[in-house]
Design a protein around this ligand. Structure first.
Ligand SMILES: Nc1ncnc2c1ncn2[C@@H]1O[C@H](COP(=O)(O)OP(=O)(O)O)[C@@H](O)[C@H]1O
Ligand SMILES: [Mg+2]
Length: 390
């Protein structure tokens, strides 16, 4: 007999609706962005390839909107007797040109071998697939700035100019580039001229009212009717509005729901939300860490090594340890200014906490601490992400 207690009831009716990959049918408060993307991309049905860029902070709905758009647009095209197919590449996971190309080719051939072909050969194979199918193909490069930084922009360039030079060829490939940064920050002129400024859609952070509606929508899908108090959803949306991040709101809803279950309650109330926030499971999840650039991860690895058993460390100590960590990882240590920028960003993300040191100490020394995760856990999480980034 198992020693697990089967809990008699749960607030959740369908927890898969809270999963990271779940794409809602309707993206609340993103009609304008959806319409603009449609206006940019839809002429491909008449004239051939188009490109668009989506930018904005974490949790502003870029990835979900692109996926929803592709699915709906391909139905829209089918209704008009046209064929549109698409592939979404997460460039943080496929952070090299061959890895990104492999992901694209496996859309056509799930058994395409993972080695033995150069990128130009792979592009040629893609060309043949597209010609043979008489379908328009939309490639979504999500988190494309990561690919550009790690592997250069050659592949992005080639995809943006796909078949432009073929005789009488009509461009049968469109590109949607997604990143937190503006394209001008990581692409060169040659590509920017294709992804014109006017084809960039910026995703604002959500305000509390918008997050309220987003959280309500998700609660209706994932929890039983009446299983969450309206006030609890208000509190979730207020907390998440600090960063305008819908993902955080959904994570809070899930954690608060789990706490309600643990406490044997029938509904999620504000206290469960507060506890969920305190657990900060919402703030420092592996997903969140996985989105950080490598050197920020190295800084976190450094602090997790020296802060064990201590309340805080100084920035000077941390910078030194960061240098050591860089050396161990064969990375060039970034300069002082850049290092400070990392600290700033990590602080904004709520991962690091920084305060100016008490009196008697050097004026510009800050004390750093991590609050929401044990040093050991942080270190393990960062190491596993770094080993995957090789
Ligand atoms: N407008 C919205 N309506 C409903 N859910 C949303 C909306 N925007 C974001 N979400 C949800 O919030 C989470 C984060 O969105 P995501 O598209 O991954 O953001 P980004 O790619 O900008 O970081 C996902 O679970 C997504 O379904
Ligand atoms: Mg995303």
């Amino acid at each position: 007999m198992s020693s697990f207690k089967q809990s008699s009831r749960s607030v959740f009716s369908d927890r898969s609706m809270l999963a990271f990959e779940y794409v809602p049918k309707e993206l609340v408060h993103r009609d304008n962005e959806m319409q603009r993307l449609f206006a940019i991309i839809s002429p491909l049905l008449e004239t051939g390839g188009r490109s668009a860029a989506l930018t904005g902070g974490v949790g502003t709905g870029k990835t979900s909107l692109a996926k929803r758009f592709c699915t709906d647009f391909s139905d829209y095209a089918a209704d008009r007797g046209k064929c549109v197919e698409f592939a979404v590449v997460n460039c943080r996971q496929k952070a090299s040109n061959p890895a990104a190309m492999l992901k694209i080719l496996r859309y056509f051939d799930p058994h395409f071998p993972d080695r033995g072909f150069s990128v130009p050969e792979m592009l040629e194979i893609l060309r043949n697939h597209i010609r043979n199918r008489e379908c328009h193909f939309v490639v979504v490069l999500d988190e494309v700035d990561v690919l550009a930084r790690r592997s250069g922009t050659d592949l992005i360039y080639n995809l943006s100019r796909f078949e432009e030079d073929s005789v009488g060829g009509r461009k049968n490939l469109s590109l949607i580039l997604i990143s937190q940064h503006l394209p001008a920050e990581f692409l060169d002129e040659a590509i920017l001229s294709t992804v014109k400024r006017s084809n960039t859609i910026h995703f604002r952070p959500y305000n509390a009212d918008e997050l309220y509606d987003i959280t309500m929508q998700r609660a209706a899908l994932a929890l039983y009717p009446g299983a969450v108090e309206e006030e609890a959803i208000h509190l979730i949306s207020e907390i998440a509005a600090e960063k305008g991040d819908a993902r955080f709101a959904i994570e809070l809803l899930e954690t608060a729901g789990m706490l309600a279950d643990e406490r044997g309650m029938e509904r999620v109330g504000v206290e469960e939300v507060r506890s969920a926030k305190a657990e900060t499971y919402g703030l420092i999840t592996a997903d969140r860490l996985a989105e950080l650039e490598k050197h920020k991860l190295l800084v976190l690895l450094a602090i997790s090594r020296i802060i064990r058993g201590r309340i805080h460390v100084t920035t000077g100590e941390l910078e030194k340890e960061y240098g050591a960590v860089c050396e161990e990882h064969g990375e060039e240590q970034r300069g002082h200014t850049q290092f400070w920028k990392y600290l700033n960003d990590l602080e904004i993300l709520g991962i690091l906490d920084r305060r100016i040191s008490g009196k008697g100490q050097a004026g510009n020394t800050s004390l750093l601490t991590i609050r929401d995760v044990a040093a050991e856990d942080l270190s393990e999480a960062v190491k596993s992400i770094l080993s995957g980034k090789k």
